[in-house]
Design a protein around this ligand. Structure first.
Ligand code: ZN
Length: 273
């Protein structure tokens, strides 16, 4: 290339720079929190081996609906809406969590003036029933899931997702809209393909939505991992990863099942900008 041409190219690059600085703003506009279940269990130490043995614990179970310029994105779907129709909810078995559902997810979505069919994108942190209970309320929505979770076998070789549900299988982190505003973080351990979510809101700032990488604040403070997790070593590494993301993004951690923290948050129809 001749020098004159090089100079022209350099000028063109310099000319382009202001335009590059005007790349579209991250497209997240707001975030709603829905009550997607209320749980109670007889013994907290199921999640914190040797600590608070025999002490009952209550859990929140949240879903988060995010308005992005490209469409509505739902994170987690809670316990199945049918539990709302059962008097007494769904009792816990063998020390597990009993669930109530004061309000259906579908009803909470309609309360803000949209329909489940308007949700174009979704992801669940993992496939346990308190997160994956209502995936098929959104049969049209593209679901983003780690391949390791999608392929995690169920007894009788049943699939964890309906084969006809639109899916994007991931192997690691994924920036859903390419603008850094909604990023799936691979945080395996609780289940093989567990993921958490980084969301950047224009006024509230950056949040990390935990999924079940951690269940409640005391476990987070002490970096405790439940012994029943699919892989406890990977679980501990995922807590470290979340700690690093929180520091790098100056983000706040919202722990899905932490009832005390959830009680401090605004639920729909209020929202975060
Ligand atoms: Zn859970």
């Amino acid at each position: 290339m001749k020098l004159a041409t090089l100079a022209a190219v350099a000028a063109a690059i310099a000319f382009c720079q202001p335009a590059a600085a005007q790349t579209p703003k991250p497209g997240v506009e707001k975030l709603y929190i829905f009550n997607c279940g209320e749980g109670s269990a007889p013994d907290q130490s199921r999640w914190s081996t040797g600590v608070n043995v025999g002490k009952p614990i209550d859990f929140s179970d949240n879903c988060y609906l995010i308005k992005h310029a490209r469409g509505w994105f739902l994170w987690d779907t809670g316990v199945v809406d049918a539990i709302a129709d059962r008097a007494g909810g769904q009792p816990g078995e063998n020390g597990g969590i009993g669930w109530k559902r004061p309000k259906k997810l579908a009803a909470q979505i309609e309360e803000i003036g949209i329909k489940p069919a308007d949700v174009k994108f979704m992801a669940v942190s993992h496939t346990h029933p308190d997160h994956a209970g209502n995936i098929e309320l959104f049969p049209q929505a593209m679901i983003y899931v780690q391949k390791a979770e999608y392929d995690w076998p169920l007894p009788l070789n049943l699939g964890r997702f309906k084969p006809e549900h639109p899916v994007t299988k991931l192997e690691g982190d994924y920036d859903v809209f390419g603008d850094g505003s909604i990023v799936l973080l691979s945080t395996p351990g609780h289940t093989p393909g567990h993921q958490s979510l980084l969301v950047k809101l224009p006024k509230t700032g950056a949040l990390v939505l935990s999924g079940d990488a951690v269940h409640f604040g005391d476990n987070w403070e002490n970096r405790r991992v439940p012994s029943f997790n699919f892989d406890v070593v990977k679980s501990a590494a995922s807590l470290k990863r979340i700690e690093e993301v929180l520091a790098k993004e100056k983000a706040t951690l919202w722990i899905n099942h932490d009832k005390a923290q959830s009680a401090t948050l605004k639920y729909s129809p209020a929202f975060y900008e």
